[in-house]
Design a protein around this ligand. Structure first.
Ligand code: BEZ
Length: 231
């Protein structure tokens, strides 16, 4: 079996539009069923290779620092790492001290996946990153789940590259906007900037839907697909 096919076998994951598994897990706030934990909220699940590791600690500290921004957007946060609840509780204290809020509890739970069952189910193991016993570690996965419990976005980073949590807020802003309106957000878009009219919308429907007007950028092909509007 080639290393290429090993990767295919170990990283199948959940696909966009799938109902996210309603898994049961032990966490730092007790046992949860994922759908009950989410209720009617959006959710973000981010995985970590291991507790007490440097990059993971900086990521969790950042997530803790900006957790109010997720709450503001109606997004419930939950982390996962392949260690025990006891380790997670101890590690959380380190995380909060790095976050400059040593007296506060971590503002979101961490799932204890010490048997790696969930990491396998969700396709999160990174076959290239192993612990000292040769066991694969979890990659840095991000899953954003909508109120309908379906997967809206997934991002997969290797263990050696930390994520950008401001980017996660930015994509959540885009996901929540484009779930409501027939628009798409262009490169590097930020809330308040112009958005693009989706290609499937006719000129007449676009004119009716966007009272602030639609401007079309001329391109050499003459095709009128670069349509912007200000919401
Ligand atoms: C870290 O979080 O620093 C890390 C974990 C596993 C592999 C490499 C880095």
């Amino acid at each position: 079996i080639s290393s290429c096919s090993v990767k295919t076998l170990t990283m199948p994951g959940v696909l966009l539009g799938d109902v996210f598994p309603n898994f049961e897990a032990d966490t730092t706030i007790g046992k949860i069923k994922f759908h009950d934990f989410l209720g009617n909220s959006w959710g973000i699940l981010f995985s970590h290779p291991r507790d007490f590791t440097p990059v993971c600690t900086t990521e969790l500290a950042c997530a803790a620092k900006i957790s109010d921004e997720f709450t503001k957007r109606g997004v419930k946060m939950i982390a996962l790492s392949i260690d025990s609840v006891e380790d997670h509780r101890s590690w959380s204290k380190d995380v909060m001290s790095v976050s400059d809020k040593a007296e506060s509890p971590l503002p979101f739970p961490i799932i204890a996946d010490d048997k790696r069952e969930l990491s396998v189910q969700l396709g999160m193991l990174d076959p290239d990153e192993r612990d000292k016993d040769g066991m694969p570690l979890t990659a840095r996965c991000v899953f954003v789940v909508g109120p309908d419990k379906r997967l809206k976005l997934s991002i997969l980073y290797p263990a050696t590259t930390g994520r950008n949590f401001d980017e996660l807020l930015r994509v959540i802003d885009s996901l929540q906007l484009t779930a409501q309106k027939k628009v798409a957000t262009p490169v590097d878009w930020k809330p308040g900037e112009k958005v693009m009219v989706i290609p499937s919308l006719s000129e007449a429907d676009a004119a009716a839907l966007f009272p602030n007007g639609v401007t079309t950028k001329e391109v050499p092909s003459g095709k009128k697909y670069l349509r912007y509007t200000q919401l």
